[in-house]
Design a protein around this ligand. Structure first.
Ligand code: NAD
Ligand code: IPM
Ligand code: MN
Length: 367
């Protein structure tokens, strides 16, 4: 079989981590006798530098012609990069929002799984993470505050900025159905996270989720307010299976969930629409502070490539091979700097077997 893969390397550590994931995909192609053809697509700051805009219409057309897209990350240092002196619609992030909307990528899956080898990189107490945890954040990705009307104006001589948070019931229903479908293949529990004690959009969210839940009698479901959810994630992450939530809450909770797996460098993601097409990317950003140093963790991107094999190409065995390879490399003690064990003064355990390596080395080991 032949598959067309669009590669959006992007900015900062993007090209470094995408390079490693591509090496892994090439190894998969060899083992399973597949043909992967790659097409580079410009997006983000690099596109601004080359074309003046973060994503051209031609780039969207090229993206639409692919079977799936593998992306690194886009953006720069938001305080110092000249890209942030541009109008908001010309900044790197506008390209990412534009491609999500243009391709209708409404379902963002962000799996947070604690590898037992990374318990010492997790900031939570040992008794909390005993037995690990495995949760899936289902983040709505094409609605809410990110896509509502916004403007800044002067009202009675006072600068005033407005962002609007809008959801309609169809947008809520389709992501809720995805979450319950995924729960059926996992531990059959959905926690829908909202702020229904304050927001109208959350009250609608809750009522639509309740309707959808009726079609899934086997799935245990609950509602949780987002502030409590942020707290429960560090108090007892084991309680969660599928966490269903709107765009902004999902953005924030997924970074929190990533850290309890050891690092943002571990959190993969898939952004899906109603077809087999998907955009696969690490959940973290372009990490300008470490870009070009060869130390970024490529595992989130490599695991995103595994999600591509599973969700877009139905290559479950190949996806498992990649995931097992990551597991074995961690078992053997190889770590990028972000997932090195955190030493605690009272900690007698020997960490001599752990070896710190760079982006390329860990990529080679996984290959
Ligand atoms: P960030 O995720 O880029 O970095 C936060 C911290 O995590 C930094 O210390 C960074 O070094 C570290 N980190 C991130 N990924 C890592 C990895 N793979 N390995 C090791 N360490 C890693 O978040 P930020 O600094 O708030 O944002 C930087 C830029 O990235 C901004 O322009 C932002 O808009 C953009 N961003 C893009 C995406 C995306 O493309 N999907 C996601 C988030 C942020
Ligand atoms: C993410 C990122 C993006 C988001 C930014 C870069 C627009 O933080 O993918 O999590 O907020 O969705
Ligand atoms: Mn984010």
């Amino acid at each position: 079989m032949n598959y067309k893969i669009g590669l959006i390397a992007g900015d900062g550590i993007g090209p470094e981590v995408v390079g490693e994931a591509k090496k892994v995909l090439d190894a998969v192609a060899k083992k399973y006798k597949l043909g992967f053809s790659y097409t580079d697509i410009l997006m983000g700051g690099c596109s601004i530098d080359a074309t003046g805009v973060p994503l051209t219409d031609e780039a969207i057309e090229t993206a639409k012609q692919q079977d799936a897209i593998l992306m690194g990350s886009i953006g720069g240092n938001t305080s110092t990069s000249p890209w942030y002196k541009l109008a908001p619609e010309l900044r790197p992030e506008a390209g990412l929002l534009k491609i999500r909307k243009a391709l209708n990528l409404f379902a963002n899956l962000r799996p947070a799984y604690l590898y037992k080898e990374l318990k010492k990189a997790c900031p939570l107490r040992e008794d909390i993470i005993e037995g690990g945890f495995d949760l899936m954040i289902m983040r709505e990705l094409t609605g809410g505050l990110y896509f509502g009307k916004r403007h800044t104006e002067e009202v009675d001589g006072v600068k005033t900025a407005t962002d609007t948070l809008t959801y309609n019931e169809n947008e809520i229903r389709r992501i809720a159905i995805r979450a319950f479908d995924i729960a059926m293949k996992r531990n059959k529990k959905v926690t829908s996270v909202d702020k229904a004690n304050v927001l109208d959009s959350s009250r609608l969210w809750r009522s639509v989720v309740e309707e959808v839940a009726k079609d899934y009698p086997e799935v245990q479901y609950e509602h949780m307010l987002v502030d409590n959810a942020a707290m429960q994630l560090v108090k007892d992450p084991k309680q969660f299976d599928v966490v269903l939530t709107e765009n902004m809450f999902g953005d924030i909770l997924s970074d929190e969930a990533s850290m309890i797996t050891g690092s943002i460098g571990m959190l993969s993601s898939a952004s899906l629409n109603d077809t087999k097409f998907g955009l696969y990317e690490p959940s973290g950003g372009s990490a300008p502070d470490i870009a070009g140093k060869g130390i970024a963790n490529p595992i989130a991107t490599i695991l995103s490539a595994a999600m591509m094999l599973r969700y877009s190409f139905d290559l479950d065995d190949a996806a498992k091979d990649v995931e097992n390879a990551v597991q074995r490399v961690l078992e053997k003690g190889y770590r990028t700097i972000d997932i090195m064990p955190q030493k605690n003064e009272n900690d007698a355990e020997n960490t001599e077997n752990v070896k710190q390596v760079g982006t390329k080395e860990i990529g080679d080991l996984i290959v």
